[in-house]
Design a protein around this ligand. Structure first.
Ligand code: ATP
Ligand code: MG
Length: 389
């Protein structure tokens, strides 16, 4: 039992919170971290779901997600439970198809099955659902909201999309609302008069503009646009309501945000910015996972001694090099070691910046840069020892 003031470990967080959201900038290791945490929860007896987004192909394969897309699939139980602390947990995984998730939101809020069909087959919808600002992130959050409501998961771990900027993710509901409320869309909606009866209410100016527009894009497109806005108008309320509910859900104490970063300067800047944003928005921040850290090496500044020791190393001796070549090889190793030290030092400075921002009450976990990609269940189990240390 934790007493007030104690910093919980990531294991405590994992066992206590129902939803863990892994956020961070592109390529830092969000998907890997989400998969590792989900597996760790399952191995501790939780019925777990991991919602992944575009995992690397080999990782998807090892989670059994190769051909599925947008369906929940159980990861091989034997694989999950081998050597695990509990033999009752389960890991289910889903690779989110963001377009399909957006379609589901439409289906849920449209007034009847015919309206769903009309919207989903409308060419304007096909265009807009993929490119509306924040639509994809919104869809991911909507899916989380659905899964949370089913109540059938002990733990849900959520991976987030590789947005160019980490903030896009939190801004998604607002962005989507703004895009839908944009002056251009509003104009079209007004032309329609909300009557759902095509373009009969457009008035003189509207008719003129539409005629000119039709010249460029074709009258069929204008008709599609008209139908789309009438139909879509009906479901906007539902979209907004869902966005608000999801935002409220993300603020609850049973949620935990894990901010994944790498020690790269850009990633650190983004992580600091994102942390600030989470705190301001009163979202429950758990801590930083700093991934791909260069391990600190033992230092020895005495070059001749190190070079002599390296020259005597059996590996170098086995190369059968002559005296000077052997020394040159040892010197090359020494300077490579020096470069690694410099990288490790830069990483330390970056980590301290994050630690200072997070403060005494949050976690900071370091995961070393590993020699290989993390693409199967065994390697995910291997990562556990760093993440849950
Ligand atoms: N600690 C590590 N050491 C070495 N490689 C790693 C480590 N963590 C993750 N990787 C590898 O780095 C790559 C990117 O990781 P991952 O896909 O988890 O990042 P991401 O943040 O989800 O990326 P994106 O923003 O594109 O979705 C993968 O190939 C993964 O196997
Ligand atoms: Mg990813």
């Amino acid at each position: 039992m934790l007493s007030a003031g104690d910093v919980p470990s990531l294991t405590d967080v994992l066992l206590e919170r129902r939803i863990i959201v892994c956020v961070g900038s592109g390529g830092v290791g969000k998907t890997t971290t989400a998969a590792t945490l989900a597996l760790a929860a399952a191995r501790r007896g939780k019925r777990t779901l991991v919602l992944t987004i575009d995992p690397a192909k080999r990782l998807a394969n090892s989670l059994g997600l190769q051909a599925l897309g947008h369906q929940v699939q159980e990861v091989d139980r034997a694989l999950v439970r081998t050597g695990a602390p509990s033999q009752t947990g389960e890991l289910h995984a889903m690779m989110l198809d963001q377009k399909a998730a957006f379609d589901e939101v439409v289906a849920k809020h449209a007034k009847d099955p015919q309206a769903v069909k009309r919207i989903l087959t409308n060419p304007v919808y096909a265009q807009i659902s993929g490119s509306l600002a924040g639509a994809q992130e919104y869809a991911a959050m909507a899916k989380l909201h659905d899964f949370d409501q089913t109540g059938s998961w002990d733990t849900i771990v959520v991976d987030t999309p590789p947005t160019a900027h980490a903030l896009d993710f939190l801004d998604a509901p607002r962005k989507l609302s703004e895009a839908i409320d944009s002056p251009a869309i509003e104009w079209f909606r007004k032309l329609q008069g909300g009557s759902g009866s095509g373009w009969s209410f457009v008035g003189k100016t509207g008719a003129f503009v539409l005629k000119r527009l039709a010249k460029f894009v074709g009258s069929q497109f204008i008709d599609d646009l008209g139908v789309f806005f009438t139909e879509f108008n009906d479901i906007l309320g539902g979209f907004r309501k869902r966005a608000e509910e999801t935002f409220a859900l993300l603020r609850q104490p049973r949620v935990g945000f894990v901010l994944v970063a790498s020690p790269e300067p850009m990633a650190v800047r983004e992580a600091l910015f994102f942390h600030e944003r989470l705190v301001t928005a009163a979202m429950p921040f758990v801590g930083f996972v700093v991934n791909k850290v260069h391990p600190a090496l033992p230092t020895n500044a005495d070059e001749p001694a190190v070079v002599a020791a390296l020259s005597a190393n059996p590996g170098i001796a086995a190369l059968g090099l002559s005296g000077t070549t052997k020394t040159m090889a040892a010197q090359a190793l020494f300077s490579a070691h020096g470069e690694l030290e410099t990288l490790a030092e830069a990483d330390r400075a970056a980590i301290e910046q994050l630690r200072a921002a997070g403060g005494a009450k949050s976690l900071l976990i370091e995961v070393p840069l590993l020699r290989d990609d993390v693409h199967d269940v065994q390697r995910l189990v291997g990562l556990e020892r760093y993440l849950l240390a």
